[in-house]
Write a protein that binds this ligand. Structure first.
Ligand code: PLP
Length: 386
């Protein structure tokens, strides 16, 4: 594997997770069958649910297994909205800079289901300002939902979720947090969080891709998006992914290393090696796994290609937008102009990251920066950047 700085896109499968998955694949039964093979599969599924619930501070019945973070976010936003609309509530509050799973769900609800979405501005560090949330919630009385990303997947900024949830609760507005990038990096206690729903994904914490969960308060009302056999509290029909759940639970139970010293070494090293680089996101309230920079005069894609040539995997922002030559909506939401925002580089750490990885990156970054800047200048000369 290359020197890997793209753990926010996906992090390598942990050995314990792989072993749990291989073991569970040997179990033959369908967890809904009543014979002993089925009951064995059911037991494994429920043990995984209990492990996940214990780690996140919720009741096992509040864990709904899904096919990943995107599906969890879709179920939370659309499911809660569709139930609330029956009571005449059709307004949803969301900050700019959310993951596309949220943005596209909200746009879809607006275009097809009569939702009204109120977008909240971010400050220059990507933070949602609690007083702005309070003012907005006070303006209307038909709120269906407030949805917010717990920690931004591009710039790493951590939102004051407890404060935001307390405000929304005063207005009796249910809150959904997209905790896909926050889970395991921050301590989460769902019971005391004031949240109605929380989305998580296995492959961001060392589990397999295509596996996730929605934690849904047992008192929260939501409509299913997938209909069928009534599994998962009748909110997500379909035979459960027992092996995926076992692998997810194993990843949840494993310790995550303290990444802060590595992240600080990375940030300090890059800023020293390239004094023109600018750290984006909140300098203090940011994920221990995230370093995100702007390199003036460069295109983020050039930086990524040049690093790749040197055996280093990085990204410009969300993997879900990879290949789409678009400036990050998160950076635009933070008030940056298109030109500054186009020189973004995201470096994210995880359980396999080492100090040697960080030092290899710091060694090559000045040369990569110079090359990307020259490419940026020559593109501008021929009008490609206009
Ligand atoms: C904040 C956030 N939400 C949702 C998702 C989607 O998760 P998944 O890849 O499991 O569908 C991601 C993945 O990049 C993410 O970072």
């Amino acid at each position: 594997m290359s020197v890997y700085f793209d753990h926010a896109a996906t992090t390598p499968l942990l050995e314990v997770s792989r072993n749990a998955m291989l073991g569970a694949l040997e179990v033959v039964g369908n967890p809904s069958s009543i014979h002993s093979d089925g009951r064995r599969a059911r037991q494994l599924l429920e043990e995984s649910r209990e492990q996940l619930a214990a780690s996140i501070g919720c009741d096992p019945i509040e864990v709904i297994f899904t096919g990943g973070g995107t599906e969890s976010v879709n179920l939370a936003i659309k499911g809660i909205f569709l139930a609330a609309r029956e009571a005449g509530r059709k307004r949803i509050l969301a900050p700019l800079g959310e993951h596309h799973a949220t943005i596209d769900s909200l746009n879809w609800l607006e275009q097809n289901e009569g939702a009204i979405v109120e977008w909240l501005p971010l400050d220059e560090f990507g933070r949602v300002v609690p007083s702005v949330v309070e003012e907005k919630l006070a303006e209307f009385d038909d709120w269906a939902l407030f949805t917010v990303i717990w920690a931004n997947n591009e710039v790493g900024t951590i939102q004051p979720i407890a404060e935001l949830a307390a405000i929304a609760n005063r207005f009796s507005v249910p809150v959904h947090a997209d905790a896909v990038s926050a889970f395991k990096h921050l301590s989460i206690d769902f019971d005391s969080s004031g949240l109605a729903a929380l989305s998580i994904s296995a492959h961001k914490i060392g589990g397999p891709q295509g596996m996730g969960a929605l934690i849904l308060d047992r008192k929260a009302v939501a409509r299913p998006l997938i209909h069928g056999g009534g599994q998962e509290r009748d909110l997500r029909s379909g035979t459960q992914n027992v092996a995926g759940a076992a692998a997810f639970a194993a990843a949840v139970a494993s310790d995550i290393p303290d990444l802060r010293p590595l992240r600080d070494r990375l940030i300090a090293g890059v800023l020293e090696a390239v004094p023109e680089a600018v750290l984006t996101g909140d300098p203090v309230e940011r994920l221990d796994s995230n370093a995100h920079f702007l390199f003036p005069g460069c295109q983020g894609d050039s930086l990524v290609y040049l690093l790749d040539e040197r055996g280093i995997s990085a990204s410009t922002g969300s993997a879900c937008q990879a290949g789409v030559p678009e400036v990050s909506h998160v950076l635009l939401g933070m008030g940056l102009d298109e030109e500054s925002a186009s020189g973004a580089l995201r470096l994210t750490l995880g359980h396999s990251s080492t100090a040697q990885d960080v030092d290899s990156l710091i060694r090559v970054i000045p040369e990569v920066f110079e090359k990307a800047r020259k490419a940026g200048l020559s593109n501008r000369d021929v009008g490609l950047n206009s």
